[in-house]
Design a binder for this molecule. Sequence first.
Ligand code: TRP
Length: 337
Amino acid sequence: MPTMDTVLTGITTTGTPHIGNYVGAIRPAVTASTREDARTFFFLADYHALVKSTDPDQIARSTLEIAAAWLASGLDPEKVVLYRQSDIPEIPELAWILTCVTAKGLMNRAHAYKAAVAENEAGAGKDPDRGITMGLFSYPILMAADILMFKANKVPVGRDQKQHVEMARDVAARFNHHFGKTFVLPDAVINDETAVLPGLDGRKMSKSYGNTIPVFLPENRLRKAFMKIRTNSQLPHEPKDPDDSTLFAIYKAFATPGETEAMRARYREGIGWGDMKRFLFEYVNDHLSAAREEHGRLLAAPDHVERLLRQGAMKARAVSRPFLDEIRSRVGLRPLG
Ligand code: TRP
């Protein structure tokens, strides 16, 4: 019998949202949230942020910026459960319970952990553990708790997070095997159609490459950022290859299919890079300006955002509190009489 989907996803609060996040995560999340046939949970993964950053102000600022970005982009907090992970004490408690049924060998295979070890082994000191915290090692278990707590069956994530969702599935199955059917086994949802945007230098737009364009930059700084996008040295009037152009890739992520086709023709006709940059900036700027204003209003009203998040947490806890009581009882943490 088909039941209603429960869709859940989180964003780690360590940075300022950029247009790659906007196109790849924020916009699809807002669209998904309008589905009538799904319950949606979106949260700010601030416990995960602690794994990646020891800068308290950065984490607090990023939490506000990302919440404001979601809201300004049209996420309706009446339609979705929007909350901050650290407002849900049931999550770390569940993470511990799951830790106790998770094989260490499974965690050893996590890509992010393995990459950190490999980098250490290649480095001068050869200490494989250098800079690796237990938070990094156990990161997939906390993520499993996020997902399993709300019985999510669909988890939209970037490709790099797919393995973590599969691990959540393994952990859930193991728990169910020991203690009886408790958790829903989640599936990652990877949308290959959502563009992975290139950044200023043509590589994937990513905070770690320092090539991002923050989505809600003030207009004059947004213009400057667009002018810096790398192009090749072809001259105006020379025919150009749209599929080898960062400017085109960004345009395509915002434009309609018809507009995209028309732009292909202009590339063939030899549109100049300067003209294309100005055109692209105007286009994206028009697309973003209303949301940018709203984002600014929200940043100036952090108490309002705080209130919305607390209301979201109340809705989330109405689910997590009773479910955790059931889980506790299953593993033997029970009232004695
Ligand atoms: N680890 C995810 C990321 O870095 C964020 C995240 C935390 C998440 N918990 C989650 C995503 C649960 C989906 C479901 O992108």
